[in-house]
Design a protein around this ligand. Sequence first.
Ligand SMILES: Cc1ncc(COP(=O)(O)O)c(C=O)c1O
Length: 376
Amino acid sequence: MKPETLAAQALHAIDPETGGVVPSIQLSTTFARDADYVPIGPVYARDESPTPLHAERVIAKLEGGASAMLFGSGMAAITAAIRTAIRSGDHVIAPRVGYFAVRAWLARFGERWNVAHDLVDTTSLDAVKAAIRPGQTKLVWIETPANPVWDVTDIAGVAAIAHAAGARLAVDSTVATPVHTRPIELGADLVMHSATKYLAGHSDVLAGALVTAKLDEHWAEIATLRHEEGPMLGPLEAYLLLRGLRTLYARVERSSRTAFWLAERLASLPDVDVLYPGLGSHPQHALAARQMQRGYGSMLSIRVGGPGPEVALGVAKRLQVWVPATSLGGVESLVEHRFSTEGPSTPTPFDLLRLSVGLEHEDDLFDDLRTALEGR
Ligand SMILES: Cc1ncc(COP(=O)(O)O)c(C=O)c1O
């Protein structure tokens, strides 16, 4: 079946007891055994629990993976994946451009655990190759398209380099979603989502997901970590995530169509530089066209110029429709001045505004931006 069908029906979920077409929420933390003391289903909810299991099965299917695991946040999923891939003395390659908390975490905890890392321009396969430390590099972490300039990385190209060096490749595919890209088909070992974003889709759930290409030793280690440390997603959040997943394709296709339309319109305005993989002017547009399907995602950024951050902040403050808030992937469109959020050490330009396109009418979104930009 096609992914839209699998998602819309949450894998044809009919409640076996009632015939309900909406899965029930199972809140139990513990599960009885049968007369022979054999578990009937799950044992304890820190390991697995029916509602999260259901959402995990849907996500694994949409990504074409062997299995998925949910976590209490995207960062919990990222740190579980990295920590189980490395030992003291190992080396990690991470993107120079990407979600800033990953860089901050590697800098803080990598050093404490004697794990070296290099921040690399992963859009350059030569740069990735050059950063490999033979025998020491155990994990290559990439994000594509990458926050907040939407660099696109060649997943298949990096997978070949990582695998030749005996390293694993993990892909933060939060922005691409399985609608636009399926990294496992391109050679990734692990796919990660901040499910807080498009998978849940309504800015009301904090969740993270990992999907594995195969049931290997690393996957078993991640399961052990989640069992022993307990960053599991709870059933109520898993239910909301499952509900969001059912409309994933409709939401993402619509918002990415609007993002494309907005990118083209904004690019025609004076003194606005638009960063969006769908535009011919984007440095990795050809790769994006090859690697992404059904559009180029719902995230774009604009650079609005000025001698300092005040000009971009002024545009953000004048917007009436776009909501000034962090995060992305919800039904409401958000604008964020990432330079202010990420702090002075950020490589993000001070004149950049990040736009998360939601489901509003495109005219309202464009008119609001045009008016705010005219006030510069
Ligand atoms: C691309 C990307 N990866 C990971 C994360 C972290 O996810 P969470 O906030 O769910 O911990 C975010 C959050 O903004 C993100 O944008």
